[in-house]
Design a protein around this ligand. Structure first.
Ligand SMILES: [Zn+2]
Ligand SMILES: [Zn+2]
Length: 414
């Protein structure tokens, strides 16, 4: 049923020559590519170097046949991304957000982190690759088509497996993401397949960040916690890997966020212009999409990340030692995982509401406020059923829709 779109690679040429540090020439020319199919708009992506920025405008439509694997239709977007063309490492890495985009590919499609969202009901925040809800290019639709992993042959112009990989995308910190292969030495006498240093500690069907741990490795083919390294040419970049976190495990440089149409970085949230963070409430406060364009500190900083005082308060209230609580909240020293209070509550064996109270945070309303859904939209909609009965929660999707979810029978509701 899922066909590997090989044909299009012959059509995907390279946008004209531009040398120097700005990598606008890494983008595919999708104008002659087959596109997503007759029912969909043509793909569009354009990359330019403007000042000290790489500016990318695209409509988020894949340049190869769209094969639907979730219930969500393919929708045209209007993206404008701005990243530094000469990215810099930060003193400490920054966790990527639990939900929403973290970068973009050379065909203009957005890249998400390695975990899925709060659906399907039985597999909340699981590893979507493990849960087999990705197409052959490791993309699928939520409200926008996005990648959770990347396949080099889908995003390169016929580069052979085993040859040094081209750039397949960029993180919002500006660092390029290369395919799996890279030169081991400056003369490229040897090519290595780079590997993730994250290890699976249990089946990642749910709360995938708790199912993997970063374990530093000695061998040169292993990448750092962010899934990157400084290559033999002295430049830092990420590599796509076969296993978790597939693309980025964290940001090595300060993320500058994503700009949408007509907006500039400082005014725009990662969830898009004018969008609010998801409504809070049990199990959902941790799902907030951090705002981009704001300076963010290292681990422990950022919206929604529990502070040391909150960790202390929770440890007292729950009568558990501080280190256990910090680890469950994913804010232990050196921790780089995105916060997810629903998963933390599960780890600690308490109800999400109890954890929120223990943190000293006020319990947010269970129901989304009326003004959080756009006019004319139903207040809630369901992917797994048609009625509000047994709803276990609501969240705000990246497309500003309130989505309610409840246990479903087939576990395959995307
Ligand atoms: Zn997804
Ligand atoms: Zn490399």
């Amino acid at each position: 049923m899922i066909r590997i779109p090989l044909l299009f690679v012959a059509f995907a040429g390279i946008v004209a020559a531009q040398s120097g540090p700005c990598l606008a020439d890494a983008f595919l020319d999708v104008s002659e590519a087959p596109g997503a199919g007759p029912a969909h708009p043509r793909p569009r992506v354009e990359a330019n170097c403007e000042g000290d920025e790489l500016v990318v405008r695209s409509n988020g439509i894949p340049h190869y046949e769209f094969v639907q694997v979730t219930p969500n239709p393919l929708k045209e977007q209007d993206y404008e991304f701005r990243i530094p063309s000469a990215p810099q490492r930060a003193g400490a890495p920054t966790p990527i957000p639990l939900l929403g985009s973290i970068g973009f590919a050379v065909n203009g499609v957005v890249i998400f982190g390695p975990n899925e969202g709060p659906v399907p009901a039985e597999e909340q925040f699981g590893d979507p690759v493990f849960n087999a809800i990705m197409d052959a290019c490791m993309g699928h639709t939520a409200l926008e088509y996005h990648y959770h992993a990347m396949v080099q042959k889908c995003l390169s112009n016929g580069v052979k497996d085993g040859d040094p990989s081209p750039v397949l995308g960029f993180g919002f910190d500006g660092f390029p993401i290369r395919g799996p292969w890279g030169c081991a030495d400056a003369e490229c006498n040897e090519v290595l397949r780079y590997r993730s240093s994250w290890e699976e500690v249990r089946e990642p069907h749910q709360d995938a960040w708790d199912a993997y741990e970063y374990v530093e490795k000695d061998s040169r083919e292993y990448l750092d916690a962010c899934n990157g390294h400084t290559g033999p040419q002295g430049d830092y970049h990420y590599h796509v890997t076969e296993t978790w976190p597939y693309i980025l495990g964290c940001y090595a440089g300060p993320p500058v966020g994503r700009g949408n149409r007509g907006r500039r970085r400082p005014q725009v949230s990662e969830a898009g212009p004018g969008r609010r963070p998801p409504p809070g409430g049990p199990g959902r406060s941790g799902d907030r999409v951090p705002r981009a364009g704001r300076p963010r500190g290292g681990p422990g900083a950022g919206p929604g990340r529990p502070s040391p005082e909150e960790v202390r308060a929770a440890s007292e209230a729950l009568s558990k030692d501080e280190a256990t609580v910090a680890k469950a909240l994913r804010v232990e020293p050196g921790g780089l995982k995105p916060v997810n209070l629903a998963a933390s509550a599960r780890t600690l064996g308490v109800e999400p509401g109890q954890l929120i109270e223990a943190l000293g945070r006020s319990e947010a309303p269970r129901r989304p406020r009326q003004n959080q859904a756009p006019p004319g939209e139903p207040e809630c909609f369901f992917r797994c059923g048609q009625s509000e009965e047994n709803a276990v929660g609501c969240t705000l999707t990246p497309d500003h829709k309130v989505m309610c979810f409840r246990p479903c029978d087939d576990n395959k509701c995307g």
